[in-house]
Design a protein around this ligand. Structure first.
Ligand code: AP5
Length: 213
């Protein structure tokens, strides 16, 4: 199973990818999580990426392709993986073809459809565990104990790029740079569109159905 999630910021890629990864027992590879880890560790990559991410723009293709190249070479990715946040540009998609192929048997691409007006509300209400990355929503799925992660007990925080201004810029980047990636995969007949509106369990069921149909 090699699965790619495409969708606007806040469409539920991380929420659904984590579930699907545990369902299929394959790694969830989130380029956003990898970058945030680099930022919190203060690595050279993190120093370069931090201001770009905070502004809502995309990190350079060269950096991202290098990261994914190294990650997919690790042993746990051999039996399959779920990519969340990559590819986000046509250059990244074409590079990924060279790594994993793009035939129907090689890839399944799921595009989560959520309208822009629902996105800002989801993102400004999101809280994320600073340690394990668990995702919460202050209304739909709050942590049981205020700002403490249910899973690991660490602090639950708002992401630096979850301001309304950065979200608007991320949406603009999605429409301009990432929607052409969906078109690219549609032309190769590997794209499935999934309605991302509704309770998380229902969206997950739709994803399962789209993978088996
Ligand atoms: P990244 O971390 O990938 O952010 P994103 O694409 O903007 O997506 P999000 O993580 O914001 O949202 P999501 O779709 O995962 O939604 P979630 O499940 O959390 O990237 C961050 C930055 O890193 C980029 O802006 C860029 O700078 C850089 N970057 C990363 N990859 C890159 C690449 N390949 N190339 C260049 N730059 C790159 O859900 C959101 C909220 O909604 C949560 O609160 C959740 O609880 C709630 N929710 C989820 N599902 C539902 C539902 N069904 N109903 C109601 N609420 C829901």
């Amino acid at each position: 199973m090699k699965i790619i999630f495409i969708g606007p910021p806040g469409s539920g890629k991380g929420t659904q990818a984590k579930r699907l990864a545990s369902h299929f027992a394959i790694p969830h590879i989130s380029t956003g999580d990898m970058l945030r880890e680099a930022v919190s560790e203060g690595t050279e990559l993190g120093r370069q990426a931090a201001p770009i991410m905070a502004s809502g723009a995309l990190v350079s293709d060269d950096l991202m392709i290098g990261i994914i190249n190294d990650r997919l070479a690790k042993g746990d990715a051999a039996k399959g993986f779920i990519l969340d946040g990559f590819p986000r540009t046509l250059v990244q998609a074409e590079k990924l073809d060279g790594l994993v192929g793009n035939g129907k048997e090689a890839l399944r691409v799921l595009q989560l459809l959520v309208p822009d007006d629902a996105i800002v509300r989801r993102i400004t209400m999101r809280r994320t565990c600073a340690q394990c990355g668990a995702i919460y929503h202050l209304e739909n799925n709050p942590p049981a104990n205020d700002s403490v992660c249910d899973r690991c007990g660490a602090e639950v925080i708002a992401r630096a790029d979850d301001t309304e201004e950065a979200v608007r810029r991320r949406l603009e980047a999605f429409h301009r740079q990432t929607l052409p990636v969906a078109t690219y995969y549609r032309s190769k007949s590997v794209l499935r569109e999934v309605d991302g509106i509704g309770p998380v369990d229902e969206v997950f069921e739709r994803i399962e159905q789209s993978l088996t149909s």
